[in-house]
Write a protein of this length. Structure first.
Length: 275
């Protein structure tokens, strides 16, 4: 099986899992994002926290999953304040643990773990929460808006695809040669324009917002997706690696597939507060 066929099959399976989970409701979406958070934390740990002990790595992942769960669940259910406080204690715990280890750069290890928590569980938690920022009413009850979260994924995928194709066809001017030499300004502009066209199609599919609001959303997503891709490229270039993992044949790791989404989630969550 050649690489192109592998990419097509694994990409189709990935899209089907994302789409099905989001459309099945709140708990299936929560389960999906919990699994994605776990895998991303595992890949991040493998890349940046190899010097930690097994116990420290385990705590990093478990605490990350806890932070994701609290950030996600408070969107639609009551959570006692003590559980938020426990999340704050994890931060203090990082400093205390380092007192008993002999790392030459303890604050570097603390910083890597804090960055991992902000970069992954917080981002994915916000992504999940967007479904309750713009919730649906079904039978006079609040329901998870998985269709809107799926629309965000579709626009991210559209931007990635259109930016790549436009860049190959018209790309001449490098956008960020130091970090991603193949990414071009022309490709990024093409991605924005064609993603906006995809947003118009989503408007006719969902009718949850005005066409202008969807178009603004598409621009925000294009910017966020590009930044997310560049940040992930910066990480991999600093480590001199090509992929974050090999879980998805032909695509790399889950962190590679989620890179554009992690930054976009923050921007879209904020945009949802304004509309």
């Amino acid at each position: 099986m050649n690489n192109l066929t592998q990419r097509a099959i694994s990409g189709t399976v990935y899209v089907a899992i994302i789409s099905g989970s989001l459309l099945m409701g709140s708990w299936s979406a929560f389960s999906l994002f919990l699994v994605l958070t776990f895998i991303c934390l595992w890949e991040y740990k493998t890349l940046l926290l190899d010097e930690l002990s097994v116990i420290q790595k385990t705590l990093f992942i478990l605490c990350g999953l806890y932070l994701f769960s609290v950030l996600s669940l408070w969107q639609f259910m009551y959570i006692r304040r003590i559980y938020y406080g426990m999340g704050l204690l994890f931060t203090v715990l990082l400093f205390i643990i380092q007192l008993f280890h002999k790392h030459k750069t303890p604050f570097d290890m603390i910083g890597r773990q804090l960055t991992g928590w902000i970069y992954i569980p917080f981002s994915i938690g916000l992504l999940y929460g967007i479904g309750y920022q713009k919730f649906l009413y079904i039978n006079d009850e609040i329901a998870y808006n998985g269709k809107f979260v799926l629309a965000i994924f579709i626009l991210i995928w559209a931007n990635d695809t259109f930016a790549y194709l436009t860049g190959r066809w018209l790309g001449k001017t490098s956008l960020f040669s130091r970090i991603s030499p193949k990414k071009t300004i022309e490709g990024s502009i093409g991605g924005v324009i064609l993603t906006m066209a995809a947003a118009v199609g989503i408007f006719y599919w969902q009718h949850q917002f005005t066409m202008v609001q969807y178009c603004i959303l598409s621009v925000i997503i294009s910017i966020g997706a590009t930044l997310g891709d560049l940040i992930e490229s910066m990480l991999k270039r600093s480590l001199d690696i090509k992929d974050s993992g090999n879980l998805i044949p032909g695509h790399g790791g889950i962190l590679d597939r989620m890179d554009a989404t992690l930054i976009t989630a923050w921007l879209v969550y904020f945009y949802c507060q304004l509309i």
